[in-house]
Structure formats: structure tokens, C-alpha cells
Design a protein around this ligand. Structure first.
Ligand code: HEC
Length: 196
């Protein structure tokens, strides 16, 4: 999990900007609201520049990395397979939505990557294409509650996951149809009663 990507730095700058904005916004509100304590409060509250830089770095470290967001995609997409196998279509719909939102989140963290030859790979555009066709077909199969269509659409989606990994210079990240659910705690049985 390499951490030094332009996208991450961009996000760090954004978070840093937000932080500085909040800080000055806060100071201004304080100054406007209470002149009496303003001088003392500012002395106490305004951190030095090195402290600000450190704070920005700390915030940057708290933004999860792309691989982490992809591990969430793995989790949701794995469970999706078993929800559909169990004909639990509301649960399948839930995992479909989680898969989509975590893929979007992953490409927001690093929208553009460089391949091994230094060419720019626009992940956002690849994801858009994935959403338009394989992911949309999967949604239609879930809405139709059609297990056979679902299986075909799921496999098509797995190929699409893999296409993006190959485009990103990571051909060794080869997904497969899962053998076991990723969750232990969720009951896939749509007829399950509670408590068991
Ligand atoms: C738009 C591009 C794109 C799509 C679509 C995509 N991935 Fe990824 N995925 C990546 C990239 C890039 C990485 C490597 C991230 C890194 O190394 O920081 C990755 C990494 C992963 C990892 C490894 C995470 C780890 O560190 O253990 C898994 C698992 C994964 N993806 C699963 C999936 C699955 C499942 C799908 C489809 C449902 C999918 N991905 C769709 C780009 C994509």
C-alpha cells in the first residue's frame, strides 16, 4: 500500500484547507463575538505554522487509502453473491449499493494513477464505464429477482473489476467467484426469524 500519490496529496491539501478555513472562521467568530477575551484567546488558540503543518499531516494520515476502500468493495461484493444465492433480494440490493458507493469512494481517494509506463489511468472514467454496463446489468437482475441473470451479471462484473486492476498495472489482483461469505454475523436466509 504505497501512500505517496498525487491524489492523496491533493486530498490532504483539501483537508488542510478545510482545517485552516475552520480555524480562521472560528477565530473570526470569536473576535466578533467577544472583544474582551479576543486577544488572550487568539494567543492561546492560534497554533504556530509548524503545528499547523503537523496537524495537516495528521489529518492526511487519517484519510483511508485506496486499497482499504477496495477491501470494503471486496467485502460487500462477496456478500452480494451469497445474498442472491439465498434469494434474499433486499439484502442483495443493499450489498449492490454498498459495492457501488465504496468503488466511488476508492476512486475519489486516487482518481488518476500512473501505469508502469508512466501513462495516466483515469480511474474515474473506467468506473463510469463499469457503472454504465456491468454494474447496471447486475442491478437489473437483482430487481428482476432472477438468479440465473444475476450469476451471469456477477461474473461479467468480476471481469470488469479485473479490467480496472489490469489497467492500473495490478494484473495479480484477480478476483474470483467467492466460496464463503465475508460476513459471519449477517443471516442470509430471507425467512430467518429473530431470535434464532
Ligand atoms: C476503477 C478501477 C477499479 C475497479 C472498477 C475495481 N477496482 Fe479493485 N482496485 C483498484 C486499484 C487501483 C487497486 C489497488 C489499490 C492500491 O494498491 O492502493 C485495487 C485493489 C483491489 C483489492 C486489493 C485490496 C487489498 O489491498 O487487499 C481488491 C480485493 C479489489 N480491488 C477488489 C475489487 C472488486 C471485487 C472489484 C469489483 C466489484 C473492484 N476491485 C473494482 C481499482 C479498481
Amino acid at each position: 500500500m504505497v501512500k505517496q500519490y498525487a491524489g492523496r496529496r491533493g486530498f490532504g491539501t483539501f483537508v488542510g484547507g478545510l482545517f485552516i478555513g475552520l480555524l480562521f472562521g472560528g477565530c473570526f467568530a470569536h473576535w466578533a463575538g467577544s472583544n474582551e477575551h479576543a486577544a488572550h484567546a487568539q494567543e492561546r488558540q492560534t497554533p504556530s505554522l509548524p503545528a499547523l503543518v503537523q496537524e495537516t499531516k495528521t489529518l492526511g494520515d487519517k484519510v483511508p487509502d485506496q486499497a482499504h476502500a477496495m477491501m470494503d468493495v471486496d467485502y460487500h461484493f462477496t456478500n452480494l453473491w451469497f445474498a442472491a444465492k439465498a434469494n434474499n433480494w433486499p439484502l442483495a440490493d443493499f450489498y449492490w449499493k454498498e459495492t457501488r458507493s465504496h468503488m466511488r469512494w476508492a476512486v475519489r481517494i486516487i482518481p488518476v494513477r500512473k501505469d508502469s509506463e508512466g501513462r495516466e489511468i483515469k480511474l474515474q472514467e473506467i468506473l463510469q464505464a463499469v457503472e454504465n454496463t456491468p454494474l447496471a446489468q447486475l442491478k437489473q437482475a437483482i430487481e428482476a429477482r432472477d438468479g440465473k441473470r444475476f450469476e451471469a451479471a456477477y461474473r461479467f462484473m468480476l471481469e470488469s473489476c479485473y479490467s480496472c486492476h489490469k489497467a492500473s498495472g495490478k494484473p495479480y489482483l484477480r478476483p474470483q467467484t467467492p466460496a464463503r461469505p465475508a460476513t459471519q454475523i449477517i443471516n442470509f436466509d430471507p425467512q430467518a426469524t429473530w431470535p434464532k
